[in-house]
Design a protein around this ligand. Structure first.
Ligand code: IPM
Ligand code: MN
Length: 361
């Protein structure tokens, strides 16, 4: 039987509540699909920082590299200045573990309300491959003449050919494996950011022409892409884009798939022996902390992505089916906190309901 070592980081706010439901469902799947996970908890997050003054121990990445995967709830604490934990934990782990891909499926499940009129599950089903290790997130910069009327702020978007190529390669391979429309769309801004997206565009076509003649190539400017997300989401199969643009368009993606309550993502290190980290893409929702009202489905789906990544395809499929059946059943009238409360559901009850569906398979 395959055994996996999983580092569990509940993190801040409602993170621990949703991760508890994710682990609950995984434990049922272990029995049903025949694999084993050994879970180890880590308390990285705002509470630990406020207690100890340390954001992340220097040994953390080396320790986490020994795990087969990391399962993360959320990072962001209402009593800690924005940026400290996000940069000091989430981004630091992404960079130090070289998780250079952020994989974000945009999938409308049956029974889920989308704000985009007349769109059904068959119209909203694509995947964004966001470069996750470089670009404007790690480029140089600084503030000069701070506090004067002539203050200068610099924030550079930097990409190397190596970083672009490895991201594109993953995206082409993923598109081939997904085997839907076999179409990869590069999202950039070649009409303004000519240096950086000039490189992306050249590399995209060179690689596509040489190694992936079976994959259709398309290109969108990022502003136009946000328009198509709303108007014609069915046009997309797989999108590949740089870090910042990927961050922005996947929040829009989350909305058209029904909201942050269902949007999951994986920070992937595709290299041999790399450790990847799976998380719901919504935040820590501090105001709902401890109330057992937040939707755990995004976190449960992040667990599903983790299983797929680990190679437990059967378990991943079962979990996807259970989530789809639960949402499709209409038991929840909607995914917001007020919908969940109105329906007499809670974070743990939703976890129970999905676990039960897996159990009954
Ligand atoms: C995300 C988040 C992070 C990002 C923040 C919290 C640093 O918005 O995962 O999309 O910008 O990548
Ligand atoms: Mn974001």
């Amino acid at each position: 039987m395959n055994t996996y070592k999983i580092a569990v980081m509940g993190g801040d706010g409602t993170g621990p509540e949703v991760i508890r439901e994710g682990v609950k469902v995984l434990k049922v799947l272990e029995q049903k699909a025949g694999f084993k996970c050994e879970y180890q908890d880590y308390d990285f997050g705002g509470d630990r920082y406020l207690r100890t003054g340390e954001v992340l121990p220097d040994s953390a990445s080396e320790e986490l590299k020994k795990f087969d995967a990391i399962y993360l709830g959320a990072i962001g604490h209402d009593k800690v200045k924005p940026g400290i934990l996000e940069k000091g934990i989430l981004l630091r782990l992404r960079f130090e573990l070289d998780q250079y891909i952020n994989l974000r499926p945009v999938k409308l499940y049956p029974g889920v309300w989308t704000p985009v009129k007349d769109k059904e599950p068959e119209h909203i089903d694509f995947v964004v491959v966001r470069e996750n290790s470089a670009g404007i997130y790690t480029g140089g910069g600084g503030n000069i003449k701070v506090g004067t009327p002539n203050e200068i702020a610099i924030q550079e978007m930097v990409y190397t050919r190596f970083e672009v190529d490895r991201c594109l390669k993953y995206a082409f391979e993923y598109t081939r494996k997904r085997n839907k429309n076999k179409e990869l769309t590069l999202v950039g801004k070649t009409n303004v950011l000519t240096y950086v997206f000039g490189l992306w565009e050249r590399a995209f076509h060179e690689m596509g022409e040489k190694d992936y003649p079976d994959i259709k190539r398309d290109y969108n400017h990022v502003d136009a892409c946000t328009m198509w997300f709303v108007k014609n989401p069915e046009w997309y199969d797989v999108i590949v884009t740089a870090n910042m643009f990927g961050d922005i368009i996947t929040d829009l993606g989350a909305m058209i798939q029904g909201g942050m309550g269902v949007a999951a993502g994986g920070n992937i290190n595709p290299d041999e022996g790399g450790t990847s980290m799976f998380e719901p893409i919504g935040g820590s929702a501090p105001k709902y902390t401890g109330q057992n009202v937040i939707n755990p489905i995004a976190c449960i789906s992040a667990g599903q992505m983790m299983l797929e990544h680990l190679g437990e395809a059967k378990a991943a499929k079962m979990l996807d089916q259970a989530v789809s059946d639960f949402l499709g059943s209409g038991e929840l009238p909607g995914l917001s906190v007020s919908d969940i409360k109105k329906a007499g559901y809670s974070t743990s009850k939703i976890g129970d309901a999905i676990a039960q569906r897996v159990q009954d398979m």
